[in-house]
Design a protein around this ligand. Sequence first.
Ligand code: HEC
Ligand code: HEC
Length: 202
Amino acid sequence: MKAHKYLFLASFIAIFSVASAADIDALMEDCNGCHGDNGVSQWGDVPTIAGIDAFGTADALFMFREEERPCSESEYRQGDTSRVATTMCAVAADLSDDDIEALGDAYAELEFVAAVQDFDAALAEAGAAIHEQRCDKCHSEGGSNVEDEASILSGQWMAYLENSFADYLSGDRDQDKKMKEKLTALSADDISALLHFYASQQ
Ligand code: HEC
Ligand code: HEC
């Protein structure tokens, strides 16, 4: 009798965990409709999310869910493109805390692939010096070190990062206090140089 009870419990748990694993795949398939196969974006306004640290991705999703970070309406780029356009805030609103943690872990396991994009070499050189002086403390190795838990800047899409700068500077996106001091001290030319520097790392 007792043995049966455990057997029943064990199979229940097995079915349950298979179901939740399938869920994560289904969730990621939806994400990848905009973020690209394996989270590597082919579109300048959509960030690559593969390989970003688990904390950073989860934190971004929590912020979107609380609408503490601006989210723009976006069309699906691949797969079933008849799905209605949506926003990151609406996407995150449907996620549980567990979904968010699981998505952070899952994308952290995938490989970041730098975007192939045009850049100006002279601006990139100027940007490298500004980065080294003002940003590398928190965004080390040119903004590529995931251990900093400060996202990935090097090789991210320029148009997306340009929007990130604008959201920080307008105050629409909350940020680290110390980063704010550094960002507000930048001129428009400095920002442009930094964007070309990040884009140059391919
Ligand atoms: C309809 C398109 C779309 C879908 C679906 C979508 N995203 Fe996004 N995502 C975007 C866009 C566009 C941005 C850039 C911010 C903005 O413009 O709102 C973004 C930004 C993000 C960011 C911020 C990255 C950073 O470095 O700060 C994360 C993390 C993210 N998405 C994860 C996900 C996950 C996980 C899913 C699936 C549960 C998902 N997204 C589904 C379009 C989408
Ligand atoms: C005191 C640490 C610190 C400094 C200094 C700093 N940052 Fe950051 N930065 C962070 C952290 C942490 C994040 C992660 C996301 C967040 O908190 O919004 C981040 C995120 C970003 C993002 C958003 C990336 C995305 O995916 O949307 C950009 C762009 C950025 N930083 C640029 C810079 C630049 C340029 C400088 C130098 C002028 C700089 N940061 C200096 C800590 C810092």
